[in-house]
Design a protein around this ligand. Structure first.
Ligand SMILES: Cc1cc2nc3c(=O)[nH]c(=O)nc-3n(C[C@H](O)[C@H](O)[C@H](O)COP(=O)(O)OP(=O)(O)OC[C@H]3O[C@@H](n4cnc5c(N)ncnc54)[C@H](O)[C@@H]3O)c2cc1C
Length: 428
């Protein structure tokens, strides 16, 4: 048998998926390593957390995605470390040798050194987080139904979201839809419309990655659906009863039995492992600084793509941690590995900014595409179209479209189950 170039890709997210697809050629043997057996469409996690979609509708088995690509295999394993001299990946299933390595392990939630807040103020990064969050949100309404004291009931009906980026805004909008539409007729001792939904953010405005005009529009659209945004507010502490915050130099306590953390991410610990093995410093946000061709400086056979890469060359700001960045870097790294095998090369990586969107709820969104800015219904249509289109698995694409259509006309949120394994004791 002739020699095949072994490419090991760590991570089956958007970066890993696109690298693998770009390497569909017979002289290459591709192995994708992931701790999960599925690819997750993270932009729709908030829909699972708020009962709009079921987990299976936003995930697709990696094996199904690559069933036709015979030069690629998927191995489900936890990757731990790297031995760069011997060119092996160290994983729970042992050592896996590579000729080229592509690290696409993504990012994880950061509590900025306050990890003790994590059990009380859950975040949203994977399916497990989303189903736990869904149980927490729905349980808060159940507890409010049992509560006779008005103050305590108010605390159960207060939802505090820390972080005014797209995830915080999307969650707030979906929570408002639950309270104002889906659950409107479900409870007897209170009106779900009395729910208080609040976004707090330490920076002067929400949606910092968007223009000021669009951020203002988003804030107006949130107010229309009873979501309050408070900017310049810093969290000092979180307990099961609520959060202590600092605003205008004053401390205050917000009684909120549901606090959701949507404030930050940091690179996967595999970034730190690679940096240590290569004896380089980690960049800001726990990321790996990459060369203009997305490789690890000094290691032309190692590439870092997606959320874990810090790419700044010639740019005012590093590339954003979004799907487009991961997909384009993955395409590039895969293509470059192939080109090199053909004895060719490629110009440095260039990012094509296709725009930025955040959905606020039914008929409400903001979108920035080049110099064009949209808000309201048209932005929402654009958002819905693009998100359904990108759902990688054909079957879920159809199911999601049908479910959305049905919910749109019926004001329903069909996946609002509280399962015992996701449930935590009330107040925790
Ligand atoms: C709630 C939420 C909403 C978002 N909304 C948007 C949006 O609207 N638009 C947008 O463009 N972007 C959005 N993003 C960001 C987007 O999802 C990421 O930029 C993108 O997924 C990055 O792709 P990636 O391949 O770098 O990492 P990921 O997609 O995170 O994939 C990393 C993979 O690596 C695997 N992995 C990690 N560590 C190990 C290990 N040690 N061993 C084995 N496997 C491992 C993981 O299981 C995972 O499958 C959102 C993210 C979140 C969390």
């Amino acid at each position: 048998m002739s020699f095949k170039h072994r490419v090991v890709i760590v991570g089956g997210g958007f970066g890993g998926l696109h690298t693998g697809k770009a390497l569909n050629r017979p002289d290459v043997e591709v192995t994708i390593l992931d701790r999960r057996n599925y690819h997750l469409f993270q932009p729709l996690l908030y829909q699972v957390a708020t009962g709009g979609l079921s987990p299976g509708e936003i995930a697709a088995p990696l094996r199904a995605i690559f069933e036709m690509q015979k030069n690629l295999r998927v191995l489900m394993t936890e990757v731990r470390d790297f031995d760069l001299e011997r060119k092996v990946v160290l994983s729970d299933m042992g050592e896996i040798p590579y000729d080229s390595l592509v690290l696409a392990a993504g990012a994880q939630t950061s509590y900025f050194g306050n990890d003790k807040w994590s059990p009380i103020a859950p975040s949203l990064k994977n399916i497990e987080d989303a189903t736990k969050l869904r149980a927490k949100i729905l349980s808060a309404f159940e507890e409010a139904e049992k509560e006779s004291d008005p103050e305590r009931r108010r605390a159960w009906l207060t939802f505090l979201i820390v972080g005014g980026g797209p995830t915080g805004v999307e969650l707030a909008g979906a929570l408002s839809e639950i309270a104002n539409d889906a659950l409107r007729e479900d409870f007897r001792s209170f009106d779900p419309e009395d729910a208080r939904i609040m976004i707090i953010d330490a920076s002067p405005r929400i949606l910092g990655a968007f223009s000021e005009k669009l951020a203002k529009s988003a804030e107006r659209q949130l107010i229309e659906i009873n979501v309050r945004c408070r900017n310049g507010v810093r969290v000092l502490g979180i307990t099961p009863e609520g959060a202590t915050v600092q605003a205008n130099g004053q401390q205050e306590f917000i009684d909120a039995r549901t606090v959701i953390w949507a404030a930050g991410v940091t690179g996967s610990p595999l970034g730190a492992a690679l940096a240590k093995a290569a004896k380089v410093e980690l960049a800001r946000g726990g990321k790996i600084e990459v060369a203009p061709d997305c490789s690890l400086p000094g290691y032309p056979d190692i590439f870092v793509v997606g959320d874990l890469a810090n790419f700044q060359h010639g740019l005012e700001r590093s590339l954003p941690g979004v799907c487009q960045t991961a997909m384009q870097m993955g395409d590039y790294a895969g293509d470059l590995i192939g080109k090199r095998l053909d004895g060719k090369t490629k110009p440095p990586f260039r990012y094509w900014d296709k725009g930025n969107m955040a959905v606020i709820g039914r008929r409400r969104a903001v979108a920035q595409i080049g110099k064009l800015e949209f808000s309201g219904y048209f932005a929402w249509l654009l958002w819905a179209f693009i998100h359904v289109l990108y759902l990688v698995n054909f079957q879920s694409r159809i199911i999601v479209a049908i479910r959305w259509g049905f919910d749109y006309f019926s004001f329903n949120r069909g996946a609002r189950l509280i399962t015992r394994q996701d449930q935590q004791p009330p107040g925790s």
